[in-house]
Design a protein around this ligand. Structure first.
Ligand SMILES: Nc1nc2c(ncn2[C@@H]2O[C@H](COP(=O)(O)OP(=O)(O)OP(=O)(O)O)[C@@H](O)[C@H]2O)c(=O)[nH]1
Ligand SMILES: [Mg+2]
Length: 199
């Protein structure tokens, strides 16, 4: 357990680019379909149950939520996508905000695309990976809720996604906020992206 993550604390939430903290230091963002498990993954990584708000109601977090690890380093919980019951205007607003953030954010050092291991790589997940690639971001596809599948099924889902993404520069890991699977591997990768000082 890297203590940097345990020290994570809520910093601010932003509904637009104007509300984001100063664009300095290092940031890693978590994107994914609504209900995929982004907030739960952040909580598990930081060993804090109530850090990022989780919900069974898809689409609750329509903001960028910033958690500070130290004065220069942040994790960002991006608004979830892919839920059906929203207007075209909200979808267009979401798309503009995400593209803006991924393209303009100088301090962004990596993108974690969180997917339910039972339903990975939807069209909109692929869109997100394409935006990340366009921004030349290091990326991690995090296949979460692995506790919902048997070990063999986890391995075959991972192998399938790795095969599909073989021609792209995207790492793929299994994860479970429930069991803690993958926590250490993700912490190691994020520590590199964030250039965390050695413990
Ligand atoms: N079994 C299991 N359930 C999980 C896991 N991760 C998340 N969940 C559940 O999935 C639901 C959605 O999780 P959230 O973390 O709120 O998902 P989110 O991606 O942040 O969703 P939005 O904020 O709406 O975009 C909650 O009921 C969680 O308890 C996991 O690893 N295993
Ligand atoms: Mg959330």
């Amino acid at each position: 357990m890297d203590p940097h993550f345990q020290r994570a604390a809520f910093q601010t939430a932003a509904a637009s680019w104007a509300g984001t903290p100063p664009d300095t230091g290092w940031e890693v963002a978590f994107a994914g379909r609504s209900n995929a498990g982004k907030s739960s993954a952040i909580n598990r990584l930081c060993h804090q149950r109530g850090l990022a708000r989780t919900s069974r109601t898809p689409g609750r977090t329509q903001q960028l939520v910033f958690f500070r690890l130290d004065d220069e380093r942040r994790l960002v919980d991006l608004p979830g996508y892919g839920f059906a019951k929203v207007s075209q205007a909200i979808k267009a607003g979401w798309q503009a905000l995400m593209e803006d953030y991924l393209r303009r954010r100088q301090c962004l050092r990596g993108l974690v695309v969180v997917m339910d291991i039972r339903h990975p790589l939807t069209d909109i997940d692929r869109q997100m990976l394409a935006w990340g690639a366009a921004a030349e971001l290091p990326m991690l596809a995090l296949l979460t809720k692995a506790d919902k599948l048997k070990r063999g099924a986890v391995q075959s889902q991972l192998a399938g996604v790795r095969r599909e993404l073989a021609d792209q520069d995207v790492a793929v890991e299994g994860f479970s906020a429930a069991s803690g699977l993958g926590v250490d591997a993700v912490q190691v990768r994020l520590s590199q992206w964030l250039e965390l000082p050695p413990r």
